[in-house]
Write a new protein. Structure first.
Length: 57
């Protein structure tokens, strides 16, 4: 999901989760927030984060 911060809904979503631009939010299937990651990140770092958060390896 991408929250467009130029839209009313996107701004609400960002405010609700207390985040700003360039933020990845990780959720469990039930909608519970697991973690967040702020700012632009290197591809290899993101792969390691995804592997850990989603138990891919």
């Amino acid at each position: 999901m991408v929250a467009n911060l130029n839209s009313k809904e996107g701004r609400w979503f960002a405010e609700y989760h207390n985040v700003s631009k360039v933020t990845l939010l990780f959720f469990k299937p039930d909608g519970t927030k697991i973690s967040s990651l702020n700012g632009e990140q290197e591809v290899d770092f993101l792969r390691r984060v995804f592997d850990r958060v989603f138990m891919l390896k």
